[in-house]
Design a protein around this ligand. Sequence first.
Ligand code: NCD
Length: 359
Amino acid sequence: MKHLIDPTDLTKAETDEILRLASDMILDRGKYQDRMAHRRLATLFYEPSTRTRLSFTSAMMELGGGVLGFSDAGSSSVSKGETVQDTVRVVSCFADVIAMRHHLEGAPLAAAQVSPVPIINAGDGSHSHPTQTLTDLLTIQRELGHIDGITIGFCGDLRFGRTVHSLIKALARYDNVEVVLIAPDELRLPDYIRQDVCGRMGVSCREVKTIEEVMPQLDVLYMTRVQKERFLDEDEFDRVKDSFVLDNARMSLAKEKMAVLHPLPRVNEILPEVDADPRAAYFRQVENGKFVRMALICKLLEWKDDPAHGMPPKDDGISDVRCPNHRCISNSEAVEHKVRYGADGSLRCAWCDARISSK
Ligand code: NCD
């Protein structure tokens, strides 16, 4: 069964196929209007979302399909104590494909392990957000004409920003991508991603202290919101919340052909004055999100039972060691403590990627 839990669940060829289909859908929307007739998408959103949920809903509606689900877990059986896996066993009786957003990291993977229909991870904690990654890739391709060879700056909350984690992983599969990290010390990219992607997968990664010093070299500037809801300490949030702000003065240092992306919602990190700049691509990015989700739904249902489109292995075995991450599904629900070896040889939690021990 093909699911999308992590961006690398899609091969590079499958990713490109989805981007190609999305591009064709943009050119000829009418051709696809009945593609999902009589099919249902369930959106199970355990965490607040506006654009991602509406984007999935409008994607399925444009394909002629139906949508059901919840956007507030409090109004579902979850509030009676139902597990994610049981909820999915039930909902899969009513839907052909399920998009799930969850505050617990690894929850969509737990769902995928029992689901007879494809599961799409629509964001799990601060871990992963693969459909935003497809959106970002399509946006870069449409804005610049290519993904290979770009220099991309990630700015803001690189620690909790799941969209950043997923996009960096996906970019590691393109040629000659250079990644520049711009974040305060408190919000640096987690080590497990640095080690897997920047170390082993060979992406060139460097850190800088200001937007200004790198702006003239960037093809893409990926701005992010500081993820208030993931901070345990309010003072720490207050200290870092306005660390980096993009304004017209900083934009004047950028290349003429450059794209500013942001997964949205923005708070203070891009001033409204930047919106009129033709390089501000973040609202176009929202629309691209609908088209990639349309393409993804079609492809997952097409690949569902095709052995040529399987899933990569998700773990290297079961362990009796608990995951140290309190946001991990394995610390809230009765799933086995599965582990895998990271690219650097360290032992990781197979649900959320947290490091359990070094080599
Ligand atoms: C992002 C998310 O949910 O991770 N938003 C989105 O999916 N469009 C980014 C964010 O919330 O800051």
